[in-house]
Write a protein that binds this ligand. Structure first.
Ligand SMILES: [Zn+2]
Length: 152
């Protein structure tokens, strides 16, 4: 059996790996963002359940609440917002903790990417970057989630 400490360590390790992969995709796909200095905050507090991503203090930022991953069953439903839950590429799905974590990272980093893209000269070429879960965000999330959850 894993202790809680071991599980936290494992989730932190996996989160770092998922973030690295995500950042590599962002830098390759949206070079206008430069090296995209993402600030990351992880929390395992039981009282905190809301993850967040966006723009804060002049920087792209994500705050990931990960406690739920420590006690999840082998598989669970990763639930997305009702407005796009049925989308086969970015909607809700059943997955193991690693897949759920990767979808969460892609979701929140997509908010940070939109915050950054909205501040570039290319912003006008994008649909609706400032609406959370709007068309611009969905386009970014679609790219990141496909890359992070690619099999093999
Ligand atoms: Zn969101």
């Amino acid at each position: 059996m894993l202790t809680r400490e071991d599980a936290v360590w494992l989730v932190e390790l996996e989160t770092a790996e998922a973030l690295d992969e995500c950042l590599a995709v962002v830098r390759e796909r949206w070079p206008a963002l430069g090296d995209f200095p993402l600030k990351v905050k992880l929390s395992f507090a039981r009282s905190r359940t809301r993850s967040w991503g966006g723009w804060r203090d002049g920087k792209p930022f994500v705050s990931l609440c990960l406690d739920w991953l420590l006690e999840m069953p082998l598989r669970r439903e990763f639930r997305e917002y009702a407005s796009f839950a049925d989308d086969p590429e970015i909607g809700s799905f059943w997955g193991n903790w690693r897949e759920c974590l990767r979808a969460l990272v892609a979701h929140e980093v997509a908010h940070a990417v939109c915050g950054a893209l909205a501040r570039t000269e290319q912003a006008a070429a994008w649909p609706d970057l400032r609406t959370a879960h709007g068309d611009g965000w969905r386009e970014v999330y679609r790219v990141l989630r496909a890359e992070l959850l690619a099999v093999g």
